[in-house]
Design a protein around this ligand. Structure first.
Ligand code: ZN
Ligand code: ZN
Length: 218
């Protein structure tokens, strides 16, 4: 008997769900271990790497089907979200954006640190928000993420070196008054930064002539 999960995944949570839905058929053995033989295909029959299936399955709607040895569907389970909406709200409240060092992007997907197909629980401690690009980094590109005993996340490069957490950005104190004081004499308005050129290429010779007095006459 083969178990197969059909995964419905909304790529863009901000867009119309139907437009971005992709359906993946993947054998449960492949989902748990990408080295296992079995299918991992899109609804139209195109093959998908097992690692990509695992990524899409991380945060998706899941339908489990059971087949008999001849491939006939025996049983179709109810469609469920891998991350229930209440837990998703708590996850967004905690992580806010992508937790990959230095990212922080607000459009995110839930990632199971230990995949649910390998028995990882769908709990806050086993989940982390990642943007689409960094979700790919940890599934397909060899980056690793662990939650340490103290609860902090630890990201590693594909070669195993720890990725340092990006320092927090300095607070910006420059108010409009400060900027105006620092640029006294400059008439600041909405057109200040508008280029005066017509879009032509930079004339390097001309620029040097203007900016470097000794260059004149060369
Ligand atoms: Zn994931
Ligand atoms: Zn990111």
């Amino acid at each position: 008997m083969i178990a197969e999960a059909a995964l419905h995944h909304d790529l863009d949570p901000g867009g119309p769900a139907e437009r971005y839905q992709i359906v993946v058929h993947v054998d449960s053995a492949v989902l748990a271990d990408p080295d296992q033989p079995g299918q991992s295909v899109l609804a139209d029959g195109d093959r998908l790497s097992a690692e990509s299936s695992r990524r899409l399955a991380c945060d998706a709607s899941r339908v489990v089907m059971r087949h008999d040895p001849d491939g006939r569907v025996m049983k179709i389970g109810a469609r469920t979200r891998t991350i229930p909406s209440a837990l998703r709200r708590a996850l967004h409240h905690r992580d806010r954006g992508c937790r990959f060092p230095g990212c922080g992007l607000r459009f995110t997907q839930g990632h199971h640190i230990r995949h649910w197909a390998n028995g990882g629980p769908t709990t806050l401690s086993n989940l982390v928000l990642l943007c689409r690009r960094h979700h790919r980094s940890v599934h397909e590109d060899g980056f690793q993420v662990e939650r340490r005993a103290d609860g902090e996340l630890e990201f590693r490069r594909p070669d195993g070196r720890v990725l340092p957490n990006a320092p927090a950005l300095p607070a910006v104190h420059d108010s409009e008054e400060v900027l105006r004081a620092q640029n006294a004499g400059v008439d600041l308005d909405a057109c200040t930064l508008r280029p005066a050129s017509c879009g032509g290429r930079l004339d390097v010779g001309y620029a040097i002539d203007v900016m470097h007095p000794r260059a004149i006459g060369h």
